[in-house]
Design a protein around this ligand. Structure first.
Ligand code: DC
Length: 226
């Protein structure tokens, strides 16, 4: 089978990462989680103690860091300057700062260049917010995966182990809505459905159904998949 690229975009909590990883596994492709790249930069920015005004320092830091994504058994492992930050980048602190860091155009340019490079040989399933629109505008298949805010909050709540993280379902719902708004309203590469992306609303779908739907699209639209 010929290799091709798949772009999966959508808001936080729509199930993109899980779906993208399973689609990649089914096709024998490489999965690239671009949100993890923005999170890794945010982790480093916080570690350095930079304030929100220190944009130039954040950009310089992004230029300097060595960012490595390593496919692993349970998804992708993330290394910043050789340190495994796979768990740390999912912390509440990183989550609450990442939208701001990812709204800086120069940081987006630097990470977009890395993402293009990762996909240049094809055979990549990449998930994010601007993959179909900016990073891989020529991707053979583009999917925009979404679900209602309530459903996404419920899924994230379960993932985080209920109230264990000290957040109620309502608080999570508000945080997701706030992040959606920031991602949609930022000037640089906002979250947007590419005109040629296939819209999948997963509110009433289980993960395997979504994966099957995408594999189907690979067969019918790209002539790939088995
Ligand atoms: O998918 P995620 O929640 O791990 O993404 C973290 C943040 O990174 C999210 O708030 C938006 C941003 N992001 C982005 O701006 N562009 C991407 N391609 C991927 C993520």
């Amino acid at each position: 089978m010929n290799k091709f690229n798949i772009a999966i975009d959508g808001p936080a909590g729509a199930g993109k990462s899980t779906v993208a990883r399973l689609v990649a596994e089914a096709l024998g492709f490489v999965y690239v989680d671009t949100g993890a790249m923005y999170r890794a930069v945010t982790w480093r920015v916080l570690q350095e103690g930079l304030t929100p005004e220190q944009t130039a320092e954040m950009i310089a830091l992004t230029e300097r860091i060595e960012l490595r994504l390593v496919p692993g058994e349970n998804g992708q492992q993330v290394f910043v300057d050789g340190i495994d930050v796979t768990r740390e980048i999912r912390s509440r602190e990183v989550t609450s700062h990442v939208s701001r860091v990812s709204s800086i155009p120069e940081i987006r340019r630097l990470l977009t260049a890395k993402q293009k490079e990762l996909a240049k040989d094809k055979g990549v399933v990449m998930d994010g917010r601007d993959i179909g629109s900016q990073v891989l505008p020529d991707a053979e298949l583009k999917v925009f995966l979404t679900a209602s805010v309530r459903i996404r909050a419920e899924r994230r709540f379960r993932e985080l182990g209920g109230a264990q993280q000290g957040m109620s379902l309502e608080q999570l719902e508000q945080e997701i809505a706030r992040r959606d708004k920031m991602d949609e309203q930022r000037e640089a590469s906002p979250l947007v459905k590419a005109p040629d992306a296939v819209l999948i609303d997963s509110s009433a779908m289980e993960i395997p159904e979504v994966v099957e739907r995408i594999l189907d699209l690979c067969r019918t639209r790209v002539g790939g998949g088995s």
